[in-house]
Ligand binder design. Structure first.
Ligand code: CLR
Length: 264
């Protein structure tokens, strides 16, 4: 059980964040979430900006395209799992998250971690040529051809493009990611009321930031993005199901344990 690594101890110093009543507490809550996002974001925006024209060569693209289906799935599953691990770290430092039962922490991560990875993908996306930072360079959707799920890849790239169009700041991305994760409507929650209280505090934080930035109109668009995220994740599950029927050996012995635990 790899997710056990998130083993929760009560963190009394977080208690105030359960329901911040004053603006000061809302600001502290936002600051914690933004700090956690920054510390777990893998690459700073300036770094990515500097690399944005580092593209794969024709030969490198061909090498990805001539990988076998299972080889490419395994490769992508490893990359995704790595990204999920950073999201688990991010979650642990959202005030209130560690006060949830271990069951509820795991339930939220199971349904939300891939969604947060996809939100984070927009930071790694170049809209000028529709490429994503992958394996050290920027890759177009053709790089993922050998996975055999072009519709999923197109949908994921479209989503990243749409997220970029919102031009969110790092702080807005941080708060939105926290809101995607802390969702009291997820299945299998033990103490929905408690999750709801944490969710409300994060919602207050996001509202506060959007108000401060004079962008309240974004809230509605962000809720629309959340609906798209759900459909992407169910498409991912569908593809994974198809894949593991076809290649049970790879799915069972070559996928990273955390990937299996979350999705298979
Ligand atoms: C997302 C933001 C993370 C860093 C990161 C790591 C792996 C990347 C991912 C980002 C975006 C989506 C990605 C993934 C590896 C494979 C996956 C490019 C940039 C593509 C869409 C293929 C999905 C294949 C599944 C069907 C297994 O902080």
């Amino acid at each position: 059980h790899d997710l056990m690594a998130i083993h929760c101890y009560n963190a009394p110093e977080d208690t105030y964040a359960f329901y911040p009543h004053s603006v000061r507490n809302i600001e502290d809550l936002c600051a914690s979430i933004v700090r956690s996002h920054r510390e777990t974001s893998q690459h700073r925006l300036e770094e990515l900006q500097a690399l944005r024209w580092k593209l794969f060569s024709r030969e490198e693209i061909q090498a990805y395209q001539s990988k076998s289906v299972d080889e490419m799935w395994q490769h992508c599953a490893i990359r995704l799992t790595d990204a999920v691990q950073y999201v688990v770290e991010f979650a642990k430092h959202i005030p209130g998250f560690r006060m949830l039962s271990q069951n509820d922490q795991i339930a939220l991560l199971k349904t939300g971690s891939l969604e947060v990875v996809l939100v984070r993908m927009s930071r790694f996306f170049n809209t000028e040529n529709n490429t994503v930072f992958f394996d050290g360079k920027f890759a177009g959707s053709e790089v993922f051809k050998s996975l055999g799920c072009g519709d999923l890849i197109e949908a994921v790239f479209d989503f990243a493009y749409g997220m970029c169009a919102l031009k969110l700041t790092e702080q807005q991305i941080a708060l939105f990611s926290a809101l995607v994760l802390i969702n009291a409507d997820r299945p299998c929650l033990e103490d929905r009321g408690r999750v709801q209280r944490v969710q409300r505090s994060v919602e207050l934080g996001l509202t506060h930031i959007l108000h401060r930035d004079n962008q309240e109109n974004l809230m509605h668009k962000l809720y629309q993005r959340m609906a798209v995220l759900r459909s992407l994740c169910s498409l991912h599950m569908e593809k994974l199901h198809w894949f593991s029927q076809r290649y049970p050996l790879t799915a069972h012995s070559l996928f990273p344990p955390l990937y299996k635990e979350l999705f298979v």
